[in-house]
Design a protein around this ligand. Structure first.
Ligand code: HEC
Length: 415
């Protein structure tokens, strides 16, 4: 028996281009370039370990991970390619198509500080919120976002909401000498329109065909920046661009169904699960979900009628973003369950506090949650979704502080 010959550079070029160079290039969000074959070979053992552990490429949803076959090709190439070879260029990935119909700017003058600050929600990362200009001149049906900034490495993710301006302006007034303010951008006290979260490398985010995010006329877009200080002060200049659904084209607006936990607490050293359930009163499509979860959450998942449709077993708040779920349709009466695995022990490597401390989180729009971006299947129901959002939000305001259940116990079993 002879082993098959090792894969050649041609066999791996496209995979590396699409899945590594996308971030690891000059001006990309990753800390160094991987644009030559020798860049991989020099770090061969380390990269092999990262790939084996599914840590790079950092796409956490099962459907986006490399298949075993893809992993195998790259791993065998890395293992074999340690001898001297000419360096070859790994080309930049194809630039996704995008039409710039609108452009919004963040106010100038904010500098991403060289070091992170201690925040009142302990352990949360550095966050700043800005109002973008101009306001929407008409109702906008957004089918794709594109984001550019002067600090791609320091930008971890951006969250977008729309608001009539009153609450964001209040935030600005609290800190009048610098643009933006420290509160997070979900407008705290009422359900605002969520327009997606763009993850670290997501300079273009396209909403699946047939759906759009809606920005009402005269609303402004507020922009929650999560940043990662890098040891140097980085002045931030950034633009957000929108591609709109063409006027005559049919498309359905996405509304929010927040499967949130308004407040929760966990004792030092404890772990367990938290859940939020909802039964759909109408037929809906759910092409996208967004996650809000911090460092004491080890995993998040979503099940519909007992079947897992979304699962991130090793949650890293680093990769907070809006995820696509292909073909998720819920008919009336189906139950969806969002599950969060809480781990406030020392075993959780991301626990910001050692030794762990008793903690409690609370936020009117949910301290923890999976948000469904949903569209009604029957156009008659489209208005119903807004009411559903409001009534879920209102019901959550009177929910008690939740504590995680031990994993061993059967759910909701009361002795
Ligand atoms: C979505 C963007 C993105 C993609 C795609 C990506 N990386 Fe990374 N990579 C990063 C970021 C950001 C960091 C820095 C990690 C941090 O700061 O926590 C990183 C760090 C690394 C590191 C150093 C890890 C460490 O712990 O020091 C290696 C090696 C690496 N990436 C290799 C790869 C390889 C190989 C691929 C393709 C298989 C890849 N990356 C794909 C964003 C990406």
């Amino acid at each position: 028996m002879i082993d098959p010959p090792p894969p050649t550079f041609e066999d791996v070029r496209d995979l590396l281009s699409q899945n590594c160079v996308a971030c690891h290039q000059q001006e990309g969000p990753a800390p160094f370039s991987l644009t030559k074959s020798t860049d991989y070979q020099r770090r061969s053992a380390f990269i092999q370990a990262l790939i084996q552990e599914d840590r790079m490429p950092p796409h956490l949803v099962a459907s986006e991970r490399w298949s075993d076959q893809e992993k195998d090709v790259v791993l065998r190439w890395l293992a074999a390619a340690s001898r001297d070879e000419d360096s070859q260029t790994v080309p930049a990935p194809k630039v996704p198509s995008f039409r710039k119909d609108r452009s919004f700017r963040i106010p100038e003058g904010f500098v991403i500080p060289k070091e992170g600050g201690e925040r009142w929600h302990r352990g949360d990362r550095d966050v700043r919120t800005f109002r973008l200009a101009p306001r929407a001149d008409q109702l906008l049906r957004v089918q794709a976002w594109r984001f550019h900034s002067s600090a791609p490495r320091e930008v971890e993710s951006i969250g977008l909401v729309h608001d009539d301006g009153t609450i964001a302006r209040y935030g600005d007034l609290q800190e009048p000498n610098t643009p933006g303010y420290e509160m997070t951008g979900d407008m705290g006290w009422r359900p605002a329109g969520m327009l997606g979260v763009l993850g670290v490398a997501n300079s273009t985010f396209r909403i699946p065909d047939g759906f759009h995010f809606e920005v009402p006329q005269d609303h402004e877009i507020d922009f929650e920046l999560r940043f990662r200080p890098s040891g140097i002060d980085k002045p931030l200049a950034a633009t957000l661009e929108a591609e709109l659904v063409p006027d005559q084209q049919k498309s359905r607006a996405l509304h929010l169904i927040p499967l949130s936990i308004r407040s929760w607490r966990v004792k030092a050293g404890e772990s367990g699960t938290l859940e939020q359930r909802w039964v759909s009163p109408i037929d809906i499509d759910v092409p996208l979900v967004s996650v809000r979860a911090g460092r004491r959450i080890r995993g998040v998942s979503l099940s519909v009628d007992g079947k897992r449709v979304f699962d991130i077993p090793d949650w890293d708040p680093h990769w907070q973003q809006t995820w696509e779920i292909p073909d998720l349709r819920m008919t009336k009466g189906m139950q969806v369950v969002a599950t969060f695995n809480v781990d406030n022990s020392e075993e959780n490597p991301r626990n910001p506090e050692t030794p762990p401390r008793d903690i409690q989180f609370g936020r009117r729009t949910g301290a923890l949650g999976i948000w469904l971006h949903a569209a009604a299947i029957d156009p008659v129901d489209q208005g119903t979704l807004q009411q559903i959002h409001r009534s879920i939000f209102e019901a959550q305001q009177s929910e008690p502080v939740e504590t995680p259940r031990q994993i061993e116990q059967s759910p909701k079993a009361s002795p």
